[in-house]
Design a protein around this ligand. Structure first.
Ligand code: GLC
Length: 511
């Protein structure tokens, strides 16, 4: 199980408005109190932060806003003392254009770094995932370079063996320091086979057929995984930009990725018990080993806003499902206290590059500022990135002086300190469920011996080494009476299962 920390937003120790390693160290007791055994840290390497660190300018340095390499080492040591593993988000699809590699590359066509990136005399029709063309003209040599994201994030040329070696060295550097693994960013987007055919258009929208999932991606992944395999006990999760299980499943194998970050739950926009059940079934049918389970991340609106608005019981029942289903759960920071979306009321409040690009494109398209703000906000990923809400103090206890992004004004009513003292709070529910998962090998390793859906109730039985645990989630409008046998024990919930409640029952399979 992992806990995702969005690096700039967790805890600022020095008042510069960005979270940092010293702040994170001060909150490790809290993370430990959740029962979490692994943290995924979003990028913390040196970066101009056009995309909050997903634009690395130096793979060997910690960004000064987050502290020093020494601070990182201390953080890692302290986390390990608490039995918490750390995986780092590594972005190898592209670098910042500030990186030395790119600065050299753009100097001349015969620069030794030229082929680290992808240069062409003429662009093709490929579009950036943030909006607009994926090509930018560089006047120095009058050629275009390729960028799948912002124009300040240039795509590396994975067809160049030198790039492969460079990245393998980066991996070894961090593995030698003791990190427990990586979350590989947009790893199926690597441009391994160069620029091929134009992408087709469907109903005016580009279909990303030729620019992602290129044939050579698996070879590139192998070159990454082989380095990780040089070390004991390390783990690699790949972000596969797709919610199609057929695409996802092909990358999950011992020589490619340990697990893939699947967007099938994460892409559910509105609550539907049927849809959640269908996704569980599809994961079970298609994934060879464990799927990943998550309802939220830094790229999507908060779980509560999408799936459990004003419905705290459903938020609990969703947490329970994520923490008892077969797979590896990823809890997004703040989810455990039910943090909600923030909204930009003006473009000045919009920090996310994807939101801003879409705002600018809308203005160019002749839209009014008000309309452009609406469009920008539709794409704006700031929603789920507001600072962690620790207490009722200034800036929710995130920082004592400033914050890089606005704090959700609801922090006075929704914060860790408060929920820690309330009976039956969501936070307590998360802790209880995590503790249950940690103490029951069936919930960690068990397979499904049954997975079913009736009367809006999802239920499954997980079995492992002769034991079984049955979980019921009533997402319907009526109470359900569940028959608990005399040789079964209720671990959580009541046999009269109220709407949006759950029940977890343990029994011996010989019974
Ligand atoms: C991934 C990250 C996202 C980032 C993008 C480009 O999808 O999760 O936040 O903007 O990659 O690196």
């Amino acid at each position: 199980m992992f806990y995702e920390i969005y690096m700039p937003s967790y805890k600022d120790s020095n008042g510069d408005g960005f979270s940092d390693f010293k702040g994170l160290i001060s909150k490790l007791d809290y993370v430990q109190s959740l029962g979490v055994k692994g943290i995924w840290l979003t990028p913390f390497l040196e970066s101009p932060k056009v995309d909050n660190g997903y634009d690395v300018s130096n793979y060997y340095r910690v960004d000064s806003a987050y502290g020093s390499l020494e601070d990182f080492k201390t953080f890692l040591k302290e986390a390990h003392k608490k039995d918490i593993k750390i995986i780092m988000d590594l972005v190898v699809n592209h670098t910042s254009t500030d990186s030395k590699w790119f600065q050299e590359s753009k100097k001349s066509k015969d620069n030794p770094y030229r082929d680290y990136y992808i240069w062409k005399d003429q662009p093709n029709n490929w579009e950036s995932f943030f909006g607009g063309s994926a090509w930018e003209l560089d006047k120095t040599t009058n050629q275009y370079y390729y960028h799948q994201f912002d124009k300040r994030m240039a795509d590396l040329n994975w067809g160049n063996p030198k790039v492969v070696t460079e990245i393998q060295n980066v991996l070894r550097f961090w593995l030698d320091l003791g990190v427990d693994g990586f979350r590989m960013d947009v790893i199926n987007f690597l441009t391994t086979d160069g620029i091929t055919k134009d992408n087709p258009m469907k109903d005016g929208v580009q279909e990303h057929l030729n620019d992602i999932n290129q044939k050579g991606v698996k070879t590139a992944m192998k070159s990454i995984k082989s380095v990780v395999n040089e070390y004991d006990n390390r783990f690699i999760v790949g972000e596969i930009g797709s919610d199609k299980i057929e695409v996802l499943k092909q990358y999950q194998s011992p020589d490619l990725l340990d697990v893939v970050f699947n967007f099938n739950f994460g892409s559910i926009k509105e609550f539907s018990a049927q849809r959640i059940y269908d996704e569980l079934q599809s994961m079970e049918k298609n994934m060879q080993s464990y799927p990943t389970l998550f309802f939220g991340s830094h790229d999507m609106p908060r779980l509560v806003d999408r799936l459990a608005k004003d419905n705290p019981e459903r938020a609990e029942a969703l947490a329970a499902l994520m923490l008892t289903a077969k797979g590896i759960p990823f809890i997004y920071y703040g989810e455990e206290i039910g943090m909600e979306n923030i909204e930009a009321n003006s473009v000045a409040e919009m920090m996310d590059i994807q939101g801003r690009i879409n705002y600018d494109l809308a203005l160019k398209d002749g839209k009014s500022q008000e309309e452009a703000l609406k469009i920008g906000n539709r794409h704006n990923r700031d929603k789920s990135r507001s600072p962690m809400q620790w207490n009722t103090e200034h800036l929710a206890g995130f920082s004592d002086s400033s914050s890089w992004i606005k704090v959700n004004p609801n922090y006075k009513k929704l914060n860790v300190e408060m929920l820690e003292t309330q009976n039956n709070s969501l936070l307590k529910e998360y802790k209880k469920l995590i503790a249950l998962r940690n103490s029951e090998p069936v919930l960690q390793y068990g397979n499904y011996s049954q997975l079913s859906f009736s009367n809006d109730c999802i239920s499954f039985v997980r079995t492992y080494k002769g034991e079984h645990i049955t979980c019921y989630f009533n997402y319907g409008n009526n109470p359900l009476e569940i028959k608990v046998k005399s040789n079964e024990k209720i671990l959580s919930g009541k046999s009269l299962l109220q709407p949006n409640n759950y029940l977890i029952v343990k029994g011996l399979s010989s019974s």
